[in-house]
Each structure stands twice: as structure tokens, then as C-alpha cells.
Design a protein around this ligand. Structure first.
Ligand code: HEC
Ligand code: HEC
Length: 219
């Protein structure tokens, strides 16, 4: 009870001070459309690669839940995610900007009926890794229906990006490469890099609603 009271008190103080997080603000997709000029240079070019500190594809964000997008942006801004250019960009966004661009991108997924995941043999090495990490218990059915809107869809995301993300959870917070998320750190640390790569490859091969959102003039 004491803990609950402290939490409630903390929340009301935060609200009073106007410190609502981006995930809790109402995003406006229309306003968001006017705020993505900075994003399309990377997130609008299919297959575009980041080249520092490691080479991998810029993730697809169209079709992620708005809460997850806002929470990821918040994590770059706070430095919990270390990737340098995203930190620089998130730093220029207000909480309202984050909520607006999140609303915009979440409305730009592929609307297709997802093909179910092919049956996995329990003896399959990847099936064993997925079971060990209980991945589906949070990332949801087909790894495309997370149990909480602030958790990511990972099915069909680029394999090299998924692998880089997993290695960042495993390594924690380095200068330019690392993510200090308590949930995923505990999970990623249970696996070798080769196992993380196998997990990333499998999850990436699954059907997805995620997609690139091309720049308007290319549509
Ligand atoms: C210079 C290229 C670049 C620009 C410009 C850029 N991004 Fe990114 N973005 C990246 C890369 C690379 C990553 C993956 C970084 C990592 O490893 O954490 C990323 C990650 C993200 C993620 C996390 C995705 C996930 O699945 O967790 C979100 C959300 C995002 N960007 C949104 C935006 C928005 C919104 C803008 C514009 C306001 C933007 N980005 C501008 C390159 C860019
Ligand atoms: C207890 C819940 C939970 C479990 C179990 C779990 N995850 Fe996650 N996962 C999360 C959350 C929450 C995040 C977002 C963390 C953040 O904000 O950076 C995440 C993020 C990720 C990301 C980054 C996605 C992106 O777009 O950047 C990958 C990849 C991932 N998880 C893969 C896995 C795999 C593979 C497993 C099983 C080995 C697994 N997860 C098990 C909760 C979980």
C-alpha cells in the first residue's frame, strides 16, 4: 500500500509538472506527417544502411504500435539506447513531437492478413532457442502481436538489425552501441552471438505488417 501511494503521489507530481511521457500523450498523425522530414532520409529509403558504429539496415518502423515508437524515441533521448544519430535526432523532439510522429508511422503498416508461423519441430535448434528465451510470451503470436503496446513487433524486421539490437541489449550501455533495457538484457545474455544471429534470422523470415514508409514524392 505504501508503495502504491508513493507511485500515485509520484504520478500526480509528474502530471502537475506537465512531465507526461510521449507514450502517454495523444499523438496526432496529421501533425506527425509534417514532422517527419528529418526521418525520411534514413527511414524512407528501402534497404538504407547505418554505417556507424556497425553496418546494418535502418529498421522498418511503419506499422509498429505508436506506444512502442514513442517509447523507443524516449529511450534514445534519455540515452538508454546509445545509437548516436538517433540520440541526436530524438534530442531535438519534444514529447508531443514524438507522440505525433509515432501516430503517423504506426498508421503506415501493411494491412495484410498475416500468414501463421510455419510449424516448428521441437528438435529444431532455433525452436529450442525460442523456447529457452520465451520470446513468444512477450512478442506474441507469430512475433507480431506483442502483449503490451510498448513492446515491439519483431516478425519480418530486417535480420541484421534484429541481430544488432540483440547484441546491444547483451552489451548494455557502451559509448555508441548499447541498450540498457532490463527485460531484454536478461534475455539476450543467455545466448551466444551465434545463437542471437540464428534467432534474428528466423524471426526476420516471418510474415509482417511492418514496412518502410517511402518519401511522399516516391509514392
Ligand atoms: C541518420 C539516419 C536516421 C535518421 C535521420 C532517423 N533514423 Fe531512426 N533509426 C536509424 C537507425 C540506424 C536506427 C537503429 C538504431 C539502433 O541500433 O538502435 C533507428 C531506430 C529508430 C527507431 C527504433 C526502431 C525500433 O524498432 O526499435 C525509431 C522509432 C526511429 N528510429 C524513429 C525515427 C524518427 C521518428 C526519425 C525522425 C524524427 C528518425 N528515426 C530519423 C536511423 C535514422
Ligand atoms: C519478458 C518480455 C520479453 C521476452 C520474454 C522477450 N522480449 Fe524481446 N523485447 C521486450 C521488450 C519490452 C522490448 C523493448 C525494449 C526496449 O524498449 O528497448 C523488446 C525488444 C526486442 C528486440 C528489439 C526490437 C527492435 O525493434 O528494436 C528484439 C530483437 C527482441 N526483443 C527479440 C527477442 C527475442 C529473440 C526473444 C527470445 C529469445 C525475446 N525478445 C524475448 C520484451 C521481451
Amino acid at each position: 500500500m505504501k508503495k502504491l501511494l508513493t507511485t500515485v503521489f509520484g504520478l500526480s507530481v509528474a502530471c502537475a509538472a506537465g512531465l507526461l511521457h510521449a507514450e502517454e500523450l495523444k499523438g496526432d498523425a496529421k501533425a506527425g506527417a509534417g514532422k517527419i522530414a528529418m526521418c525520411v532520409g534514413c527511414h524512407g529509403i528501402p534497404g538504407y544502411q547505418a554505417n556507424f558504429p556497425e553496418v546494418y539496415k535502418v529498421p522498418k518502423i511503419g506499422g509498429q504500435d505508436a506506444k512502442y515508437i514513442a517509447s523507443a524515441l524516449d529511450a534514445y533521448k534519455k540515452g538508454e539506447r546509445r545509437f548516436p544519430s538517433m540520440r541526436g535526432i530524438a534530442d531535438t523532439l519534444t514529447e508531443q513531437d514524438m507522440a505525433d510522429v509515432a501516430a503517423y508511422y504506426s498508421g503506415h503498416g501493411k494491412s495484410v492478413e498475416l500468414q501463421p508461423e510455419p510449424a516448428r519441430k521441437p528438435s529444431d535448434p532455433v525452436a529450442q532457442l525460442l523456447q529457452k528465451g520465451a520470446c513468444v510470451s512477450c512478442h506474441g503470436e507469430n512475433f507480431a502481436k506483442p502483449i503490451d503496446p510498448s513492446y515491439p513487433k519483431i516478425a519480418g524486421q530486417y535480420a541484421d538489425y534484429l541481430y544488432a539490437a540483440l547484441k546491444q541489449y547483451k552489451s548494455g550501455s557502451g559509448a555508441y552501441f548499447g541498450r540498457s533495457n532490463a527485460i531484454m538484457a536478461g534475455i539476450a545474455k543467455q545466448f551466444t552471438d551465434a545463437e542471437l544471429k540464428a534467432l534474428a534470422g528466423y524471426v526476420s523470415s516471418l510474415d509482417t505488417n511492418l514496412q518502410f514508409v517511402p518519401e511522399a514524392r516516391f509514392r
